[in-house]
Write a protein that binds this ligand. Structure first.
Ligand code: G3H
Length: 250
């Protein structure tokens, strides 16, 4: 039985004061069990986020980390330091990081290893452009991204990790993939994991859908067999909206 996840990704939004206001807004209102609620926040907000999440059901995520623990890498974030701070997850391979910061499949794979080595779990993002979808290349593209991202990761580690399928054409556009389109691709990803690993690992890994998820469509998406949750941008910013998502099954 896979525990559903509602993971916010604030992207480059909110400062520490706004992070604290958000934490005050959700205080005592997250489900104690049955759904795992995660907030991914900018690096400058993580101290506030982790302190506020302590002793609550909220889990925490960084939006990126480097693949080395320390050294002369100006401007990068150490996965070792994130673990020491108490972070639970790190989002890697988001399409914005791939598109604007040149993050490659190889980087993502190295980052996944570094995150797991440092006792955290990766949320590995994948997804196709509209052009790739229209050319009938979406499945081969996405399964290729996954195959590259998980190279050398053990079945036990992958089973605990999270994959997020985010069609680029549905991110921040208000254009959600239909629940059938999302289910179809998430199923393809799960089958790819089964072929790379085994049926048990494929059954355990949690696969999220991301792209204009909001309180109005979360139930329909979550009703799909293979979809284990949402990676949510815009609708995760407001406490009421995030609470509505995290309590989707009430
Ligand atoms: O990581 C989150 C995704 O990029 C989705 O963003 P969105 O919910 O604003 O479409």
């Amino acid at each position: 039985m896979r525990t559903p996840i509602i993971a916010g990704n604030w992207k480059m939004n909110k400062n520490p004061k706004e992070t604290q206001e958000f934490l005050d807004g959700i205080k005592g209102k997250l489900p104690e069990s049955g759904v795992e609620a995660i907030i991914g926040a900018p690096a400058i907000d993580l101290t506030t986020l982790v302190a506020g999440a302590e002793g609550t059901p909220l889990k925490t995520a960084a939006e990126n980390s480097y693949f080395e623990d320390a050294g002369a890498f100006t401007g990068e974030t150490s996965p070792k330091a994130l673990d020491e701070m108490g972070l639970d997850y790190v989002i890697i391979g988001h399409s914005e990081r791939r598109q604007y910061f040149g993050e490659t499949d190889e980087d993502i794979n190295k980052k996944a290893h570094a995150i797991l080595k440092n006792n955290m779990l990766p949320i590995i993002c994948c997804g196709e452009t509209l052009e790739q979808r229209e050319a009938g290349k979406a499945e081969s593209w996405v399964t290729g991204q996954i195959e590259n991202a998980v190279k050398g990761i053990s079945a036990a580690d992958l089973a605990k990790s999270v994959i997020a399928y985010e069609p680029i054409w549905a991110i921040g556009t208000g254009k959600t993939a239909t629940s059938d389109q999302a289910q179809e691709m998430v199923h393809v990803i799960r089958e790819k994991i089964a072929s790379l690993y085994d049926a048990d690992t494929a059954d355990k890994v949690r696969i999220l859908y991301g792209g204009s998820v909001k309180p109005a469509n979360v139930k329909e998406l979550m009703a799909k067999e293979d979809i284990d949750g949402g990676l949510v941008g815009g609708a995760s910013m407001d406490p009421e909206s995030f609470l509505a998502l995290a309590n989707f099954n009430k």
